[in-house]
Design a protein around this ligand. Structure first.
Ligand code: SF4
Length: 371
């Protein structure tokens, strides 16, 4: 059995930590690229969501390299994500690509079925070793998210443009060679040290923008055309509250252990959207309110074309925008999205935020050392 898994930003770091620590053979697909999307688009239904197409491309590229089993998360929910696993399975079978799909999601059938799936992966491994590997993978994901956050804070303040991106990109490649969660964590520490030693303008107070929207397109840099890096190079600090580690801990681990989840976003969203309607629509609305309360200068919503929950969220955001006086820009991504038009919209939004600041409409700003 040779496992593979789909890319979504830094998810591969956590998956690698888990599979290394469990001693399971696996294969990381090539990073998302134009080629990945082209392959996925060729075999997916035209109106399937963009993440489904990219992930299909990941699987087919991994299959070419020798993978035979796919590990995915997610298998239930009100939007199309609920049947992604099944759709992938059927598309792959139709094109003669024999791959097994293991869904790591807490199933309706309960603990027995979940353990059965885990056993399929781990064989007769000691349960203690499995639990330890899951814990280490979760903490690795948290540290990887912290590192990304640090890069986002340093980037707009760096004196030599491009330094943060160079260090962070090298880290993303080096991770592939690191050994297990311990090796990855050491690399994260070393990279954090490098980022902190970058020469920065400590007095510069960048504009701050919150990124909200559908999880895949907000987290995956290929899909959002590297929005954090683009904003950073314009002197704007990007922040995102939906993260890989948050998703693993809040959505998977706490749900499985029936622990109380952090639902602060749902409370914030309540006056506008009081129910979970699938995807991350409630987080989008709630986080926009929270960013406004925290004094951010603007919010950018990103989602793939035809994403149902985010279309609903988009229709609500003008009310939040008006009530909290915070500008919101919506960017919709698909395989036809052009880089030039995207960049122009970001620059225009940046100019708008700068003008507001010049007029004295301030978001709260924080220094680099401010936590
Ligand atoms: S959240 Fe949106 S993009 Fe993701 S599966 Fe659901 S409809 Fe598709």
């Amino acid at each position: 059995m040779k496992i593979t898994f789909p890319h979504m930003g830094n998810t591969y770091i956590c998956a690698k930590a888990l599979l290394d620590d469990l001693g399971i053979e696996y294969l990381i697909p090539p990073f998302n690229s134009k080629k990945t999307l082209e392959i996925g688009t060729k075999y997916a239904p035209e109106f399937a969501c963009l993440p489904l197409k990219i992930n299909l491309g990941n699987f087919l590229q991994a299959y070419e390299m020798g993978a035979d089993t796919i590990l995915i998360t997610g298998g239930c929910g009100p939007c199309r994500f609920g049947y992604y696993g099944e759709m992938h399975r059927e598309i792959l079978r139709d094109i003669g690509c024999e791959m097994d799909v293991i869904t790591l999601e807490w199933p309706d059938k309960g603990a027995g079925e979940f353990l059965h799936r885990i056993r399929k992966l781990t064989g007769k491994l000691n349960p203690y070793r499995i639990l330890k590997a899951v814990r280490e993978a979760a903490t690795t994901a948290m540290q990887a998210d912290d590192l990304e956050r640090l890069a986002n804070r340093v980037r707009p303040r760096e004196l030599q443009r491009g330094t943060t991106d160079r260090i962070y990109k090298a880290f993303l490649n080096l991770v592939k060679k690191a050994d297990g969660s311990a090796g990855i964590k050491k690399l994260i520490r070393d990279t954090a040290g490098e980022l902190l030693s970058i020469e920065t303008d400590m007095d510069f107070r960048p504009l701050r923008v919150g990124i909200v929207g559908e999880i895949y397109s907000t987290i995956d840099p290929y899909t959002n055309l590297n929005i954090s890096s683009r904003l950073g190079s314009m002197g704007i600090e990007a922040d995102r509250r939906v993260t890989v580690s948050g998703w693993i801990i809040e959505h998977m681990i706490k749900k499985a252990l029936r622990l109380p989840r952090d639902l602060s976003y749902a409370d914030a969203a309540k006056p506008y959207l009081g129910a979970m309607i699938g995807g991350h629509a409630q987080e989008t609305v709630g986080h926009t309110v929270m960013y406004a309360r925290d004094g951010y200068d603007g919010v950018i919503q990103i989602y793939p074309l035809t994403c149902m929950p985010e279309i609903v969220a988009q229709s609500i955001l003008p009310s939040v925008e008006k009530d909290f006086d915070i500008p919101v820009l919506t960017l919709i991504m698909d395989e036809m999205t052009g880089e030039a038009g995207y960049q122009t919209r970001l620059e225009a939004f940046g100019d708008l935020l700068k003008k507001r600041r010049e007029r004295g409409v301030y978001g709260k700003t924080v220094a680099l050392s401010g936590g």
